[in-house]
Design a binder for this molecule. Structure first.
Ligand SMILES: Cc1cc2nc3c(=O)[nH]c(=O)nc-3n(C[C@H](O)[C@H](O)[C@H](O)COP(=O)(O)OP(=O)(O)OC[C@H]3O[C@@H](n4cnc5c(N)ncnc54)[C@H](O)[C@@H]3O)c2cc1C
Length: 462
């Protein structure tokens, strides 16, 4: 049989499972599935397959296992490490039609929904019932529940609610041979054996395709206040965060930005600078919990005038102030002459400042044309390092420089976006040989055919 006829017979069998209109091959139609959000990762695929339910996912995977065709699971395709892109012609298994919200329980505070439900829709539905999704991120309109579980996404509420894994109660997932794994108990305590949902959290589509997700919900805060404060240093920003918590305020979010980042946002969106003081850093904090939160927030900012050189406070949700932070990713992309190198890293809080100083010095010395825009969830030690105007030939060396620097500062090469393709060459900076061996063994046990996203995380064989 020729390669063409075997490919055609695969497409025919896929069409038998999901319906011909859900096997996409037209280049114009598949373009959005084979290019990542940053524009850097551009792949190609035999077909994008869009199953409607778990049974169809199982049948697609069983078929692909049988014929040895690799599969890349894809949710909203907002991932920032190239993990959802078929760089080697894999079949894309899109979860967007797994979009049923099965239940919201406002008493037990749980939501059960299909993996393709977007974060914004899950959140809005939860809010209609007086509860809230504990995970939130700027990609909420497209990112999916399956995607945030697969990447163990963090986001702006980690400081209050924890990461996705810590809010995950159960999953339904399909193994590469088509078997369906179901852990679906709305229990806070359930210690029967290994934490398989926790294992799938952060597995980046390498162990199974998640088809349904059971998550904890949280109570929405009653009063929130948002402040944007001008500070001279990371140390000052962290001192303010510490003081706010000690004053009895609940910290919902704490985001660090630089002057150059805010300038880019202002330019891109034609906004006025939010503060009159021109300091190297700005801290955006959201606090909640008490009706007098605003007074306390203002008091702390006033009292800390040694650190806070200017500030503006607004009632939550304060979209105007949040826009300065949430528009960073988009503005950075628009301002760079090449797709930005995005390095999502973390260090212990005490190392952030030294890391940023060393990064600035090292870039100036060895990569003079490269601009760095750093921002992120500072109270988690998580900084998104965005490198702009990196020539294609420099991408690897500049990433290598920055990721080695993170390691020297006791940090992680991936705080919340995962490893994907982007960080795979540096995975040994983050994990020991034994650790990587164990990961490979787990992959081999769950996906013996080796078809699930075989080129990311630790590749299957050394
Ligand atoms: C503007 C912007 C802001 C962002 N902010 C944050 C942030 O604050 N915090 C953060 O952590 N991330 C952030 N991200 C990154 C991204 O949104 C998250 O990684 C998100 O979890 C990806 O979800 P998705 O549905 O788009 O997954 P995709 O991008 O489609 O896939 C991501 C990975 O998960 C796998 N996958 C997806 N769905 C499934 C499934 N059902 N079963 C198995 N594997 C699956 C894919 O194979 C891939 O490896 C941001 C991205 C953008 C563009």
């Amino acid at each position: 049989m020729t390669a063409w006829s075997s490919q055609q017979s695969l497409l025919d069998e896929l069409a038998d499972i999901v319906g011909a209109s859900h096997v996409l091959t037209d280049p114009g139609v598949v373009a959005g599935y084979v290019t990542d959000w940053t524009g850097h990762w551009q792949g190609h695929t035999i077909a994008v397959v869009r199953p409607a339910d778990t049974g169809q996912v199982a049948a697609v995977l069983a078929l692909c296992s049988r014929v040895g065709v690799a599969v890349v699971p894809q949710g909203g395709n907002t991932g920032l490490v190239g993990g959802s892109i078929p760089m080697d012609g894999e079949v894309v298994l899109s979860t967007t039609r797994l979009s049923v919200i099965e239940h919201v329980d406002p008493i037990g505070r749980t939501i059960g929904a299909g993996a393709g439900v977007t974060i914004a829709r899950a959140r809005d539905t939860a809010r209609e019932h007086g509860v809230d999704l504990g995970v939130d991120l700027a990609s909420r309109e497209s990112a999916t529940l399956g995607g945030i579980v697969a990447t163990n996404a963090g986001g702006i509420r980690v400081i209050k609610n924890g990461d996705t894994r810590s809010q995950l109660l159960g999953v339904e997932a399909v193994l590469s041979d088509g078997r369906i794994l179901t852990r679906w108990k709305e229990l806070t305590k359930d210690n029967v054996g290994y934490d398989l949902p926790g294992l799938l959290a952060g597995s980046e589509g390498t162990l199974a395709v998640i088809t349904r997700v059971l998550m904890r919900l949280v109570l929405p805060p009653s009063h929130t206040q948002v402040a944007l404060a001008a500070v001279e240093s990371v140390r000052s920003a962290l001192a303010v965060v510490d003081r706010l918590e000690r004053a009895g305020l609940t910290l919902d979010a704490a985001e660090l930005m630089t002057k150059s980042g805010i300038d880019l946002v202002c330019e891109h969106h034609q906004l006025r600078p939010p503060l009159s003081a021109q300091t190297p850093f700005s801290l955006l904090v959201e606090v909640s919990g008490r009706e007098d939160a605003q007074t306390t927030l203002l008091e702390v900012l006033d009292e800390f005038d040694k650190f806070v050189l200017d500030a503006v406070v607004e009632e939550g949700p304060a979209h105007r102030l949040w826009q300065y932070r949430e528009s960073h990713t988009e503005s950075v992309g628009a301002a760079s002459s090449t797709p930005p190198v995005k390095l999502d890293i973390s260090t212990p809080l005490r190392d952030i400042e030294a890391f940023l100083n060393d990064l600035t010095t090292g870039l100036r010395r060895s990569f003079p044309g490269v601009r760095a825009i750093c921002f992120g969830h500072v109270a988690d030690g998580n900084i998104h390092v965005n490198l702009l105007d990196v020539a294609p030939a420099q991408r690897e060396t500049v990433s290598d420089f920055a990721l080695r620097l993170v390691t020297e500062h006791n940090g992680s090469i991936s705080a919340e976006h995962g490893v994907g393709r982007a960080k795979a060459p540096w995975i040994t900076l983050g994990r020991s040989p034994v650790d990587l061996d164990v990961m490979r063994s787990i992959r081999a046990a769950l996906d013996p055919a080796g078809i699930l996203n075989p080129h990311i995380l630790p590749a299957r064989s050394p």
